[in-house]
Ligand binder design. Structure first.
Ligand code: EPU
Length: 416
């Protein structure tokens, strides 16, 4: 198991380049199933989840190649096998987003059922319901969902909850459906707007993505395109948390403050100064932040992905803060690890109560998932002695060069 070692660090200083958004590029890659031809996607981070999605596309018969620094060239032949095997879906549940585009293009799809994970159960009922409203039918056998659809037909889809994945599946399916689709109570994340702009470039007719109502007029055909991925707001948030915990001053090159308004407001309440620059964000944190209460909500609310970062920030802030999780039922395992580092954290149903301490105490801990793993490294910046974060490969799923980027701005962190 791969390990990151972090020691109590002096205030950070310098510039961190922010890469392309993981949760956008994975969906753009899935969307290439919609039309044959050559795609070039720019600003693609070098992370394991992109490798995993590449493997999935290749298993269907596409060719995926990393070209240049952060470019991905995808060749989608006329015929591919519309199937997502268990070995890949089991490693990355985001694979489920191939279901919509495969059904729309091929009229059939076979996708392994993703299981639950550390966040708790991860159902896909809303994905299926949306696609059913467009005319697809599903059956389940041997751990796989098999979908059929002669030609999808536009429909009004009212999502019970603004699920990111369900919105994306409905959106990618509706672009080739006959007639008009309206997706109501759609997720509003910037990654959805990025997907819609990719689809529109391909020739789709999508209006309103980024708002709660998306209107899609189906077209007969789409073409392969070139596109640049938006910056990763969660990677940016991770470095904001790092400077919040260690103190200091950072410039996040390429980050978009307009994708992180609520987060920036919360950090300002805690005592940080964050302001946009011509090409990113600048952030400064005093020696110690003030505690605040935080509740996760669908975008534009505070993202659930920021939660472990807030718990790390509050663990060393002045005062008591309550973090309320409204998105996933689980996602608390890292709390036990923070407690092993001396943090005063208690959980009760979806609440986490954090009493700040001046500093934590370095300990061996285990990264349970991408974001929690990154949060443990961040917490280690203010832990006396040495914190060993095992399971660093979880962090590699979503962060390119995390340790190198932190070390370049003065963090005492190494990887082996
Ligand atoms: N849900 C259902 N039924 C469904 C779909 C979702 O009940 O059919 C529930 C989920 O169980 C959860 C809530 O709805 O309680 C929200 O799930 P959502 O579908 O919005 O999340 P997702 O699409 O599975 C994406 C990101 C996550 C991020 C969430 C929430 C990707 C690949 N993943 O997941 O990011 O936490 O949205 O914003 O885009 C990460 O990057 O590490 C990560 C986990």
């Amino acid at each position: 198991m791969s390990r990151i070692v972090v020691r109590r660090s002096a205030p950070l200083a310098g510039t961190v380049p922010i890469g392309g958004a993981k949760n956008s590029v994975l969906k753009l890659m899935a969307a290439t199933a919609l039309a044959e031809g050559r795609y070039v996607i720019h600003n693609v981070p070098n992370i394991l989840d992109v490798d995993c999605m590449s493997e999935l596309l290749c298993s269907m018969g596409m060719t995926v190649e990393r070209t240049g620094d952060h470019d991905l060239t995808i060749d989608r032949p006329a015929d591919i096998t519309p199937e997502a095997p268990y070995e890949i879906v089991e490693r990355m549940r985001a694979s489920i987003v191939v279901l919509g585009p495969l059904l729309a293009r091929f009229g059939r799809a076979r996708v392994a059922l993703p299981g639950g994970d550390d966040f708790g159960p991860r159902p896909i009922d809303m994905h299926l319901k949306g696609l059913e409203q467009l005319g697809a039918t599903f059956s389940f056998a041997h751990g796989y969902i098999e979908g059929q659809a002669d030609r999808l037909t536009g429909a009004n889809i009212l999502l019970e909850y603004p699920s990111v994945g369900a919105t994306e599946n409905a959106l990618m399916a509706s672009v080739l459906a006959k007639g008009v689709t309206v997706i109501d109570n759609a997720a509003r994340e910037p990654e959805i707007a990025d997907l819609a702009s990719f689809l529109n470039r391909m020739g789709a007719q999508v209006l309103g993505a980024g708002s709660s109502t998306i209107r899609v007029e189906g077209v007969d055909d789409l073409t392969a395109v070139e596109h640049t991925v938006i910056p990763d707001r969660i990677e940016a948030a991770t470095f904001l948390a790092a400077v919040g915990v260690a103190g200091g001053e950072l410039t996040l090159q390429g980050a978009r403050s307009d994708h992180m308004d609520m987060l920036i407001e919360k950090l300002a309440e805690m005592g940080m100064r964050v302001s946009p620059t011509a090409d990113g964000l600048w952030a400064m944190a005093p020696e110690r932040l003030r505690a605040v209460d935080v509740a996760t909500l669908p975008y534009p609310g505070i993202a659930t992905d920021y939660k472990p970062l807030f718990v790390a920030l509050l663990a060393v802030a002045d005062g008591v803060g309550i973090v309320t999780e409204n998105i996933f039922s689980g996602r608390f395992r890292y709390v036990d690890e923070l407690v092993r580092m001396g943090a005063d954290v208690r959980t009760d149903a979806h609440h986490v109560v954090v009493r700040g301490r001046a500093q934590l105490s370095g300990a061996p801990v285990r990264a349970p998932d991408i974001r929690a793993g990154a949060a443990l490294v961040v917490a280690g910046l203010r832990a006396e002695g040495e914190t060993e974060v095992f399971g660093a490969e979880h962090i590699d799923r979503g962060y390119e060069g995390f340790v190198a980027k932190l070390a370049a701005v003065g963090a005492d962190v190494t990887r082996d």
